[in-house]
Design a protein around this ligand. Structure first.
Ligand code: ZN
Length: 155
């Protein structure tokens, strides 16, 4: 194990293992219903649109729009005490689903409606967290700490 001190997801949990495996490769995936094609997040055992249990994971563009955000000025867990103030955003993906994620970058730059892109942050060898940042231009998804060009295709 590493000395990463914050709570981490279980990357082997059956319901979300595909998500964490993709994140390690700097790809964003969500569940796609095999019956009606609905892209769903959070993952679940059945499609909320047609109730079909059939589905698989599909890659989506790691970009979207900041729907809203909240600035945390108090650490609800001691593990985050050094991070306050920090922001958690609610992102409308360009491909449909909405995800929560920690926002990286200057808090003053946050504005509802701005385009955002994913920042893949490999915090341990097993876990890559997905954060979000305001897109500076046509900024593709990137890996934390580097500017990495990535072509994202939908499957
Ligand atoms: Zn469906």
């Amino acid at each position: 194990m590493t000395d990463y001190a914050k709570p981490l997801p279980d990357p082997q949990a059956p319901a979300t293992a595909a998500f964490w495996q993709a994140a390690r490769a700097a790809r964003l995936v969500v569940q796609k219903c095999a019956n009606c094609g609905y892209l769903r997040w959070p993952p679940g055992p059945a499609c909320p649109q047609c109730l079909s249990p059939e589905g698989d994971w599909t890659q989506v563009r790691a970009s979207g729009t900041l729907l809203t955000y909240c600035v945390y000025r108090r650490a609800f867990s001691p593990a985050f005490a050094a991070d306050v103030p920090y922001a958690v955003g609610y992102v409308q993906l360009d491909d449909g689903p909405r995800l929560y994620g920690t926002m990286v970058g200057e808090l003053d730059a946050l504005e509802v409606g701005l385009p955002v892109s994913a920042v893949f942050d490999p915090v341990t060898p097993e876990v890559t967290l997905v954060h979000w940042a305001i897109s500076s231009s046509a900024d593709p998804a990137r890996v934390a700490g580097e500017q990495k060009e990535e072509s994202v295709t939908r499957s």
